[in-house]
Design a protein around this ligand. Structure first.
Ligand SMILES: NC(=O)c1ccc[n+]([C@@H]2O[C@H](COP(=O)([O-])OP(=O)(O)OC[C@H]3O[C@@H](n4cnc5c(N)ncnc54)[C@H](OP(=O)(O)O)[C@@H]3O)[C@@H](O)[C@H]2O)c1
Length: 227
């Protein structure tokens, strides 16, 4: 039986790169997009299952959990995220900017993990949240994109709460992953890393993590990052 991964937010960028890498490695891939009409590159990947999901919409998450009931996931990879405008800070953001960034980047991923947790193999499963070095309280400030960084710091905090609530007996491993600075719509053309290099590294780290248990904040090369 091949391993199964569910990748949330796979229409483009790193999510699409993760689909391609897991697929190349022989995994069964379930990939979600907000709008299947705008997922031509994803549809070109053979033998994958595509599902529709907006991570912000709790009813959409519930409906997906129901459609997937009976499936055991080896990996749940929550990749979806937004950056907002690069200059957004506490000073410049509207209340709506703040709401969108924090709901999509911090609240919705953890809600989804809570809802989907029952599908993940409790002995060896891995849940990965796409974080960012900008979410490190120690090293993020000064790197730019302060409000985006704050939303990823909030994600890291809520992820640690999620892990604490899993208790001691679980075999699950949780990763907060920094993909590196990668050329995507969000990362921009000046980023040093290409999608394939980042995704090859991340998939390697996720496979290694199975069975290790606990929670780590690491990058695509497995380097531990400061919280
Ligand atoms: N690129 C980097 O250098 C970098 C560095 C650190 C962390 N990250 C993180 O890595 C992740 C992927 O980034 P990326 O660079 O690949 O960005 P991207 O090219 O902008 O892609 C973002 C993905 O998230 C999806 N998404 C956004 N909001 C969503 C929602 N409400 N529901 C479901 N899907 C949603 C998008 O779907 P649509 O096509 O429907 O918009 C798209 O598939 C993000 O969490 C980002 O914060 C990226």
């Amino acid at each position: 039986m091949p391993n199964t991964v569910l990748i949330i937010g796979a229409s483009r960028g790193l999510g699409l790169g993760l689909v391609e890498q897991f697929s190349r490695d022989g995994w069964q891939v379930i990939a979600t997009v907000r709008d299947p009409q705008r997922a031509e590159e994803l549809k070109a990947v053979e033998d994958i299952r595509i599902e529709t999901l907006d991570i912000d919409d709790a009813a959409s998450v519930d409906a997906l959990a129901q459609r997937l009931s009976g499936i055991t996931l080896d990996v749940l990879y929550i990749n979806a995220g937004i950056s907002g405008s690069r200059t957004l800070s506490a000073d410049t953001a509207t209340d709506e900017d703040v709401r969108r960034l924090f709901v999509t980047n911090a609240i919705a991923p953890v809600r989804l993990a809570q809802r989907m947790r029952a599908l993940v193999d409790p002995r060896m499963g891995v849940i990965t949240f796409m974080s960012s070095i900008m979410g490190s309280v120690e090293t993020g400030p000064g790197m730019g994109m302060p409000l985006y960084g704050a939303s990823k710091a909030a994600l890291n905090h809520l992820t640690r709460t999620f892990v604490a609530e899993l208790g001691e007996d679980t075999g699950l491993t949780v990763l907060s992953m920094h993909p590196g600075w990668v050329k995507t719509d969000m990362g921009g053309a000046e980023a040093p890393l290409d999608i394939e290099t980042s995704c090859r590294g991340m998939v390697e780290q996720v496979k290694r993590a199975a069975g290790q248990r606990g929670h780590r904040f690491i990058d695509y090369q497995g380097e531990a990052l400061p919280w």
